[in-house]
Design a binder for this molecule. Sequence first.
Ligand code: NAI
Length: 347
Amino acid sequence: MLNLTDINVNDYERVVRIEDDTTGLDGIIALHNTNLGPGLGGTRYWNYGSEADMLTDVLRLSRGMTYKNAICGNDFGGGKGVLNATNVTDKNEMLKSYAEAINQLNGTYISAGDVGISTEDLVLISQHTDHVGGYTIDSSAPTAEGVYHSIRAALSVMHDGADQATLRGVSIGIVGLGKVGSKLLMLALADRAIVTATDASRDTVRGMHVELRKHPGCRFNSARDDNLIKQRQLVYSPCALGNMINDDTKEHFRTAVICGAANNQLQDDDTSQWLVDNKILYVPDYLANSGGVIGIADEIANDISNTPARIGEIYQKAYDIVAESWESKVGAQLVANSVAEARFTSN
Ligand code: NAI
């Protein structure tokens, strides 16, 4: 039987434990802030060790979605779902009861995909609830475009506001050649940037070399991940996992700009301050990678006519935040947080 139990958490609008012992559903949905609209954020399906681990993850992720939706101009708040894969024997049955749990939140939470949830899973969920999005678009393409615009914006700040129309001749190191990183690589190479890239999977790197043989003239090298951090390059672009910029790695960077798609790139807000103190321009991750959630929000609203223009606006938003950070010497993450808070607290 499906059970929803509220958990009281300070500064969160609603946190709900969802369980169904007949289907193995074991998860939490968190709504951080819905001032701008229903909480929109993906569902993560993962082997969690405990309820406490699930709670930590869903609180951090739902709060992040409030900031991401606010900064990119979506009329959505921050929400997220986490599901424990540990005791699930039939994922489809479990997802059906998850859809029913979402229904019981009466449209205050809208789910999309995240780690462990495929497009097929979202389609299945959509057959049992209307409160789901992101299954008719591939969000990695608009995400890569947003990162591309953000890199150009940071380079423009570096050049005192001179327009940076392309990445021609710019040296870029991309870590992670998955759905987003591979598309960013193609955008950069089309501009004739000088790209070095790496991926934990050798097969992925090999596949990229094969693909690029079809594009003579591209300047692409592959490297080991730790070499890429130490390489002298204009732009370092983390497009794999979070926490790549931390106390162990930050001293090694030989780069002017850090901008990529990965969520939670910085160890903490102090790292953002360290970057500006050390003259490295940083585009806050949740702005740089907001192209995907812009695409999903427009899909939910049934109007994708403005999506390309809205993704293009990431350029100016990134420019303004990086420029203000540079001038005020306040970490870019903190500047971005203030901009986002001003939007979602004023509603
Ligand atoms: P993906 O799973 O398709 O690709 C990630 C790639 O990183 C894989 O090829 C993997 O082998 C590689 N990788 C993992 N650890 C690595 C390491 N230590 N060093 C080098 N490579 C490593 O994921 P996707 O969709 O490309 O997303 C990339 C990042 O962007 C993730 O952090 C994701 O959360 C974030 N993001 C993705 C969005 C999307 O629409 N796909 C939207 C917003 C953020």
